[in-house]
Design a protein around this ligand. Structure first.
Ligand code: NAD
Length: 350
Protein backbone atom coordinates (compact mmCIF):
# COMPACT_ATOMS: atom_id res chain seq x y z
CA UNK A 1 0.00 0.00 0.00
CA UNK A 2 1.04 3.61 -0.53
CA UNK A 3 2.35 4.65 2.84
CA UNK A 4 1.72 8.36 2.60
CA UNK A 5 -1.69 8.53 1.02
CA UNK A 6 -2.94 11.39 3.23
CA UNK A 7 0.22 13.40 2.49
CA UNK A 8 -0.31 12.88 -1.23
CA UNK A 9 -3.95 13.89 -0.90
CA UNK A 10 -3.21 17.12 0.94
CA UNK A 11 -0.27 17.98 -1.31
CA UNK A 12 -2.35 17.51 -4.47
CA UNK A 13 -5.71 18.74 -3.20
CA UNK A 14 -7.70 15.48 -3.21
CA UNK A 15 -11.07 15.42 -1.49
CA UNK A 16 -11.54 11.74 -0.92
CA UNK A 17 -10.17 8.32 -1.78
CA UNK A 18 -12.36 5.27 -1.28
CA UNK A 19 -11.16 1.68 -1.11
CA UNK A 20 -13.96 -0.52 -2.43
CA UNK A 21 -14.54 -4.21 -1.81
CA UNK A 22 -17.55 -6.24 -2.88
CA UNK A 23 -17.26 -9.86 -1.76
CA UNK A 24 -20.09 -11.13 -3.98
CA UNK A 25 -18.56 -10.03 -7.30
CA UNK A 26 -14.91 -10.02 -6.25
CA UNK A 27 -14.65 -6.26 -6.93
CA UNK A 28 -11.54 -4.62 -5.49
CA UNK A 29 -11.11 -1.01 -6.49
CA UNK A 30 -10.08 2.50 -5.58
CA UNK A 31 -12.11 5.60 -6.29
CA UNK A 32 -10.20 8.87 -6.14
CA UNK A 33 -12.34 12.01 -6.11
CA UNK A 34 -10.04 14.92 -6.76
CA UNK A 35 -12.44 17.84 -6.88
CA UNK A 36 -16.23 18.06 -6.75
CA UNK A 37 -16.43 21.64 -5.52
CA UNK A 38 -17.80 23.15 -8.74
CA UNK A 39 -19.99 20.25 -9.88
CA UNK A 40 -19.83 16.50 -10.35
CA UNK A 41 -16.40 14.86 -10.46
CA UNK A 42 -16.28 13.10 -13.84
CA UNK A 43 -14.09 10.05 -14.14
CA UNK A 44 -14.03 6.76 -15.95
CA UNK A 45 -13.64 3.28 -14.51
CA UNK A 46 -10.32 1.71 -15.52
CA UNK A 47 -10.15 -2.09 -15.19
CA UNK A 48 -6.63 -3.40 -15.51
CA UNK A 49 -4.44 -6.26 -14.31
CA UNK A 50 -2.55 -4.04 -11.86
CA UNK A 51 0.48 -5.72 -10.29
CA UNK A 52 -0.52 -4.55 -6.83
CA UNK A 53 -2.73 -2.17 -4.88
CA UNK A 54 -0.11 0.56 -4.95
CA UNK A 55 -0.13 0.67 -8.75
CA UNK A 56 -3.92 0.84 -8.88
CA UNK A 57 -4.05 3.58 -6.25
CA UNK A 58 -1.36 5.67 -7.92
CA UNK A 59 -3.11 5.35 -11.28
CA UNK A 60 -6.41 6.48 -9.76
CA UNK A 61 -4.78 9.53 -8.17
CA UNK A 62 -2.83 10.55 -11.28
CA UNK A 63 -5.77 10.15 -13.62
CA UNK A 64 -8.29 11.84 -11.32
CA UNK A 65 -6.17 14.94 -11.03
CA UNK A 66 -5.70 15.07 -14.80
CA UNK A 67 -9.51 14.94 -15.15
CA UNK A 68 -9.81 18.00 -12.91
CA UNK A 69 -7.30 19.82 -15.09
CA UNK A 70 -9.22 18.84 -18.22
CA UNK A 71 -12.47 20.18 -16.75
CA UNK A 72 -10.80 23.41 -15.59
CA UNK A 73 -9.21 24.14 -18.97
CA UNK A 74 -12.37 23.19 -20.86
CA UNK A 75 -14.34 25.68 -18.71
CA UNK A 76 -16.66 23.00 -17.33
CA UNK A 77 -18.30 23.49 -13.92
CA UNK A 78 -17.04 20.07 -12.88
CA UNK A 79 -14.01 18.26 -11.49
CA UNK A 80 -12.15 15.01 -11.79
CA UNK A 81 -12.30 11.49 -10.37
CA UNK A 82 -11.15 8.03 -11.42
CA UNK A 83 -11.90 4.49 -10.37
CA UNK A 84 -9.32 1.76 -10.87
CA UNK A 85 -10.42 -1.87 -10.59
CA UNK A 86 -7.78 -4.52 -9.87
CA UNK A 87 -8.59 -7.28 -12.31
CA UNK A 88 -6.49 -10.41 -11.93
CA UNK A 89 -9.26 -12.60 -13.40
CA UNK A 90 -12.18 -14.24 -11.60
CA UNK A 91 -14.32 -11.10 -11.45
CA UNK A 92 -18.07 -11.49 -11.96
CA UNK A 93 -18.14 -8.56 -14.36
CA UNK A 94 -21.86 -7.71 -14.51
CA UNK A 95 -22.13 -7.97 -10.71
CA UNK A 96 -18.95 -5.94 -10.20
CA UNK A 97 -20.22 -3.14 -12.42
CA UNK A 98 -23.61 -3.20 -10.71
CA UNK A 99 -21.74 -2.74 -7.42
CA UNK A 100 -19.89 0.23 -8.96
CA UNK A 101 -23.26 1.65 -10.03
CA UNK A 102 -24.60 1.25 -6.49
CA UNK A 103 -21.60 3.14 -5.17
CA UNK A 104 -22.16 5.99 -7.66
CA UNK A 105 -25.80 6.13 -6.55
CA UNK A 106 -24.79 6.30 -2.87
CA UNK A 107 -22.46 9.19 -3.71
CA UNK A 108 -25.57 11.02 -4.94
CA UNK A 109 -24.03 12.81 -7.91
CA UNK A 110 -20.62 13.75 -6.52
CA UNK A 111 -19.10 11.23 -8.94
CA UNK A 112 -20.26 10.66 -12.51
CA UNK A 113 -18.81 7.35 -13.74
CA UNK A 114 -17.75 6.82 -17.35
CA UNK A 115 -15.89 4.52 -19.73
CA UNK A 116 -12.13 3.94 -19.72
CA UNK A 117 -9.75 1.09 -20.51
CA UNK A 118 -11.59 -2.13 -19.59
CA UNK A 119 -14.98 -0.43 -19.32
CA UNK A 120 -16.83 -0.56 -22.62
CA UNK A 121 -20.45 -0.60 -23.63
CA UNK A 122 -21.52 -3.78 -21.76
CA UNK A 123 -19.86 -2.74 -18.49
CA UNK A 124 -21.27 0.76 -18.75
CA UNK A 125 -24.75 -0.66 -19.30
CA UNK A 126 -24.49 -2.82 -16.15
CA UNK A 127 -23.30 0.18 -14.17
CA UNK A 128 -25.90 2.59 -15.54
CA UNK A 129 -28.70 0.14 -14.69
CA UNK A 130 -28.11 1.05 -11.03
CA UNK A 131 -27.48 4.78 -11.14
CA UNK A 132 -28.32 8.00 -12.94
CA UNK A 133 -24.79 9.21 -12.25
CA UNK A 134 -23.11 7.67 -15.29
CA UNK A 135 -21.99 9.17 -18.60
CA UNK A 136 -24.55 8.58 -21.31
CA UNK A 137 -22.45 7.59 -24.32
CA UNK A 138 -25.14 8.61 -26.83
CA UNK A 139 -27.49 6.76 -29.17
CA UNK A 140 -24.76 4.80 -30.94
CA UNK A 141 -22.67 3.87 -27.90
CA UNK A 142 -19.21 4.82 -26.55
CA UNK A 143 -17.89 5.16 -30.13
CA UNK A 144 -19.44 8.65 -30.11
CA UNK A 145 -17.29 9.63 -27.14
CA UNK A 146 -14.15 8.28 -28.80
CA UNK A 147 -14.96 10.29 -31.94
CA UNK A 148 -15.01 13.43 -29.81
CA UNK A 149 -11.61 12.54 -28.36
CA UNK A 150 -10.16 11.83 -31.79
CA UNK A 151 -11.48 15.09 -33.25
CA UNK A 152 -10.02 17.05 -30.33
CA UNK A 153 -6.61 15.39 -30.68
CA UNK A 154 -6.62 15.99 -34.44
CA UNK A 155 -7.57 19.66 -34.12
CA UNK A 156 -5.11 20.20 -31.27
CA UNK A 157 -2.33 18.69 -33.40
CA UNK A 158 -3.23 21.02 -36.29
CA UNK A 159 -3.26 23.99 -33.89
CA UNK A 160 0.25 23.07 -32.72
CA UNK A 161 1.56 22.98 -36.31
CA UNK A 162 -0.17 26.28 -37.09
CA UNK A 163 1.40 27.81 -34.01
CA UNK A 164 4.84 26.66 -35.12
CA UNK A 165 4.76 27.43 -38.84
CA UNK A 166 1.68 29.58 -39.41
CA UNK A 167 -0.07 26.75 -41.26
CA UNK A 168 -0.79 23.05 -40.69
CA UNK A 169 0.03 22.06 -44.30
CA UNK A 170 -0.53 18.35 -43.68
CA UNK A 171 0.56 17.07 -47.11
CA UNK A 172 4.10 18.23 -46.27
CA UNK A 173 4.14 16.64 -42.81
CA UNK A 174 5.37 13.31 -41.57
CA UNK A 175 3.67 12.04 -38.45
CA UNK A 176 4.43 9.00 -36.30
CA UNK A 177 1.44 7.66 -34.36
CA UNK A 178 2.32 5.49 -31.37
CA UNK A 179 -0.55 3.07 -30.70
CA UNK A 180 -3.28 2.17 -33.20
CA UNK A 181 -6.09 1.61 -30.70
CA UNK A 182 -9.34 3.54 -30.86
CA UNK A 183 -7.73 6.96 -30.57
CA UNK A 184 -4.55 6.29 -32.57
CA UNK A 185 -6.35 4.61 -35.47
CA UNK A 186 -8.96 7.39 -35.54
CA UNK A 187 -6.24 10.04 -35.60
CA UNK A 188 -4.29 8.21 -38.31
CA UNK A 189 -7.47 7.98 -40.41
CA UNK A 190 -8.02 11.75 -40.24
CA UNK A 191 -4.37 12.53 -40.97
CA UNK A 192 -4.23 10.21 -43.98
CA UNK A 193 -7.49 11.67 -45.32
CA UNK A 194 -5.86 15.12 -45.23
CA UNK A 195 -2.76 13.92 -47.08
CA UNK A 196 -0.21 13.60 -44.26
CA UNK A 197 2.54 10.96 -44.47
CA UNK A 198 1.74 8.73 -41.51
CA UNK A 199 3.84 5.98 -39.97
CA UNK A 200 2.61 4.09 -36.96
CA UNK A 201 3.30 1.37 -34.44
CA UNK A 202 1.34 -0.93 -32.18
CA UNK A 203 2.52 -3.66 -29.82
CA UNK A 204 -0.43 -5.73 -31.04
CA UNK A 205 1.00 -6.78 -34.40
CA UNK A 206 -2.29 -8.17 -35.77
CA UNK A 207 -4.00 -4.86 -35.05
CA UNK A 208 -1.07 -2.92 -36.49
CA UNK A 209 -1.18 -4.95 -39.71
CA UNK A 210 -4.96 -4.54 -40.09
CA UNK A 211 -4.87 -0.75 -39.72
CA UNK A 212 -1.77 -0.33 -41.89
CA UNK A 213 -3.48 -2.37 -44.59
CA UNK A 214 -6.69 -0.31 -44.32
CA UNK A 215 -4.93 3.06 -44.40
CA UNK A 216 -1.93 2.06 -46.53
CA UNK A 217 0.51 3.41 -43.98
CA UNK A 218 3.99 2.21 -43.11
CA UNK A 219 4.53 0.44 -39.80
CA UNK A 220 7.49 1.08 -37.55
CA UNK A 221 8.90 -1.30 -34.98
CA UNK A 222 7.67 -0.23 -31.51
CA UNK A 223 11.30 -0.49 -30.34
CA UNK A 224 12.23 2.40 -32.68
CA UNK A 225 9.19 4.66 -32.19
CA UNK A 226 11.13 7.39 -30.42
CA UNK A 227 13.97 7.39 -32.96
CA UNK A 228 11.84 8.21 -36.00
CA UNK A 229 12.62 11.48 -37.72
CA UNK A 230 9.27 13.24 -38.23
CA UNK A 231 7.41 16.52 -37.78
CA UNK A 232 5.02 15.20 -35.15
CA UNK A 233 5.26 12.33 -32.70
CA UNK A 234 1.68 11.49 -31.64
CA UNK A 235 1.55 9.29 -28.51
CA UNK A 236 -1.77 7.44 -28.46
CA UNK A 237 -0.91 4.42 -26.30
CA UNK A 238 -0.01 4.44 -22.61
CA UNK A 239 1.01 7.17 -20.19
CA UNK A 240 4.44 7.85 -18.68
CA UNK A 241 6.33 7.20 -21.93
CA UNK A 242 8.18 10.54 -22.07
CA UNK A 243 11.09 10.49 -19.63
CA UNK A 244 14.77 11.41 -19.72
CA UNK A 245 15.77 8.48 -21.94
CA UNK A 246 12.94 8.62 -24.47
CA UNK A 247 13.03 12.44 -24.73
CA UNK A 248 16.74 12.28 -25.58
CA UNK A 249 15.89 9.96 -28.48
CA UNK A 250 13.05 12.01 -30.02
CA UNK A 251 13.71 13.43 -33.51
CA UNK A 252 10.47 15.37 -33.97
CA UNK A 253 9.49 19.06 -33.76
CA UNK A 254 6.14 18.54 -32.06
CA UNK A 255 4.65 16.06 -29.58
CA UNK A 256 0.85 16.04 -29.83
CA UNK A 257 -1.32 13.02 -29.11
CA UNK A 258 -4.14 11.54 -27.11
CA UNK A 259 -2.49 9.35 -24.45
CA UNK A 260 -3.24 10.40 -20.88
CA UNK A 261 -0.38 11.54 -18.63
CA UNK A 262 2.20 11.09 -21.32
CA UNK A 263 4.91 12.84 -19.30
CA UNK A 264 6.49 10.58 -16.67
CA UNK A 265 6.77 13.69 -14.46
CA UNK A 266 5.81 17.33 -14.91
CA UNK A 267 9.52 18.17 -15.19
CA UNK A 268 9.63 16.28 -18.48
CA UNK A 269 7.54 19.06 -20.03
CA UNK A 270 10.52 21.33 -19.27
CA UNK A 271 12.93 18.78 -20.80
CA UNK A 272 10.95 18.85 -24.07
CA UNK A 273 10.97 22.65 -24.00
CA UNK A 274 14.76 22.71 -23.46
CA UNK A 275 15.17 20.39 -26.45
CA UNK A 276 13.12 22.80 -28.59
CA UNK A 277 10.28 20.30 -29.05
CA UNK A 278 6.80 21.84 -28.90
CA UNK A 279 4.60 19.83 -26.53
CA UNK A 280 0.83 20.22 -26.87
CA UNK A 281 -0.35 19.09 -23.39
CA UNK A 282 -2.28 15.82 -23.43
CA UNK A 283 -4.99 16.97 -21.03
CA UNK A 284 -5.79 19.86 -23.40
CA UNK A 285 -5.93 17.70 -26.53
CA UNK A 286 -7.74 14.64 -25.23
CA UNK A 287 -10.64 16.32 -23.37
CA UNK A 288 -13.17 15.68 -26.17
CA UNK A 289 -15.02 12.71 -24.67
CA UNK A 290 -15.15 14.41 -21.29
CA UNK A 291 -16.57 17.60 -22.79
CA UNK A 292 -19.21 15.74 -24.75
CA UNK A 293 -20.21 13.48 -21.85
CA UNK A 294 -20.18 16.30 -19.30
CA UNK A 295 -22.22 18.73 -21.39
CA UNK A 296 -24.90 16.09 -21.90
CA UNK A 297 -24.93 15.23 -18.21
CA UNK A 298 -24.95 18.86 -17.05
CA UNK A 299 -27.04 20.56 -19.76
CA UNK A 300 -28.80 17.75 -21.62
CA UNK A 301 -27.29 18.67 -24.99
CA UNK A 302 -25.01 16.74 -27.30
CA UNK A 303 -22.25 19.06 -28.43
CA UNK A 304 -21.48 18.40 -32.12
CA UNK A 305 -18.09 16.74 -32.64
CA UNK A 306 -16.90 19.65 -34.85
CA UNK A 307 -17.69 22.15 -32.08
CA UNK A 308 -15.66 20.05 -29.65
CA UNK A 309 -12.75 20.20 -32.09
CA UNK A 310 -13.12 24.01 -32.26
CA UNK A 311 -12.95 24.25 -28.48
CA UNK A 312 -9.84 22.09 -28.21
CA UNK A 313 -8.12 23.96 -31.06
CA UNK A 314 -8.86 27.32 -29.40
CA UNK A 315 -7.58 26.19 -25.99
CA UNK A 316 -4.44 24.66 -27.53
CA UNK A 317 -3.67 27.85 -29.47
CA UNK A 318 -4.22 29.99 -26.36
CA UNK A 319 -1.90 27.85 -24.21
CA UNK A 320 0.83 27.69 -26.85
CA UNK A 321 0.65 31.45 -27.53
CA UNK A 322 0.96 32.23 -23.84
CA UNK A 323 3.85 29.78 -23.50
CA UNK A 324 5.67 31.55 -26.33
CA UNK A 325 4.98 34.99 -24.84
CA UNK A 326 6.24 33.95 -21.39
CA UNK A 327 9.09 31.75 -22.66
CA UNK A 328 7.69 28.87 -20.64
CA UNK A 329 7.04 25.22 -21.40
CA UNK A 330 3.40 24.78 -22.59
CA UNK A 331 2.85 22.08 -19.96
CA UNK A 332 3.73 24.61 -17.25
CA UNK A 333 1.27 27.15 -18.68
CA UNK A 334 -1.51 24.56 -18.90
CA UNK A 335 -0.96 23.37 -15.32
CA UNK A 336 -0.79 26.93 -14.06
CA UNK A 337 -4.02 27.89 -15.82
CA UNK A 338 -5.80 24.85 -14.40
CA UNK A 339 -4.44 25.53 -10.89
CA UNK A 340 -5.61 29.17 -11.18
CA UNK A 341 -9.15 27.98 -11.92
CA UNK A 342 -9.02 25.69 -8.86
CA UNK A 343 -7.64 28.46 -6.64
CA UNK A 344 -10.47 30.77 -7.74
CA UNK A 345 -13.02 28.06 -6.90
CA UNK A 346 -11.48 27.60 -3.46
CA UNK A 347 -11.48 31.37 -2.85
CA UNK A 348 -15.17 31.58 -3.80
CA UNK A 349 -15.99 28.84 -1.29
CA UNK A 350 -14.46 30.62 1.69
P1 NAD B 1 -6.78 1.35 -26.79
O1 NAD B 1 -6.56 0.37 -25.72
O2 NAD B 1 -7.88 1.18 -27.78
O3 NAD B 1 -5.42 1.51 -27.67
C1 NAD B 1 -4.13 1.57 -27.14
C2 NAD B 1 -3.22 0.86 -28.14
O4 NAD B 1 -1.86 1.16 -27.83
C3 NAD B 1 -3.35 -0.67 -28.10
O5 NAD B 1 -3.65 -1.14 -29.40
C4 NAD B 1 -1.97 -1.15 -27.61
O6 NAD B 1 -1.58 -2.37 -28.18
C5 NAD B 1 -1.08 -0.01 -28.06
N1 NAD B 1 0.19 0.15 -27.35
C6 NAD B 1 0.45 0.08 -26.03
N2 NAD B 1 1.75 0.36 -25.77
C7 NAD B 1 2.32 0.63 -26.98
C8 NAD B 1 3.63 1.00 -27.39
N3 NAD B 1 4.64 1.17 -26.55
N4 NAD B 1 3.86 1.18 -28.72
C9 NAD B 1 2.86 1.02 -29.61
N5 NAD B 1 1.60 0.68 -29.27
C10 NAD B 1 1.34 0.49 -27.98
O7 NAD B 1 -6.88 2.77 -26.05
P2 NAD B 1 -7.50 4.13 -26.63
O8 NAD B 1 -8.91 4.26 -26.19
O9 NAD B 1 -7.13 4.29 -28.06
O10 NAD B 1 -6.68 5.21 -25.75
C11 NAD B 1 -5.34 5.52 -26.07
C12 NAD B 1 -4.84 6.54 -25.07
O11 NAD B 1 -5.68 7.71 -25.12
C13 NAD B 1 -4.85 6.08 -23.61
O12 NAD B 1 -3.75 6.67 -22.94
C14 NAD B 1 -6.14 6.67 -23.07
O13 NAD B 1 -6.08 6.86 -21.66
C15 NAD B 1 -6.17 8.00 -23.81
N6 NAD B 1 -7.52 8.58 -23.90
C16 NAD B 1 -8.51 7.92 -24.53
C17 NAD B 1 -9.78 8.50 -24.60
C18 NAD B 1 -10.91 7.81 -25.33
O14 NAD B 1 -11.93 8.48 -25.58
N7 NAD B 1 -10.77 6.54 -25.69
C19 NAD B 1 -10.02 9.74 -24.01
C20 NAD B 1 -8.97 10.40 -23.38
C21 NAD B 1 -7.71 9.82 -23.34
Amino acid sequence: MATHILDAMSREGFEEVLAVHDARSGLRAFLAIHDSSAGPAFGGVRRWAYEDEDGALRDALRLARAMTYKCALAGLPAGGAKMTILDRGGLDLPAAYRAVGDLAERLAGRWCAGPDVGTGEAELRALAARTRHATDPGPSGPGELVESTVEGVFRGLLAALEHLDGEADLPRRSIVVQGLGEVGAGLARRLVARGARVRASDLDSARARAISHELEIELVDPATEFDQRCDVFAPCALGGILHDLSIARLRCRVVAGGANNVLARHAHGERLHERGILFAPDFVLNAGALVRGALFHLEGRREPVAAIGDRVAATTARILDRARAEGWAPSRVAIEEAEDVLAERRARRV
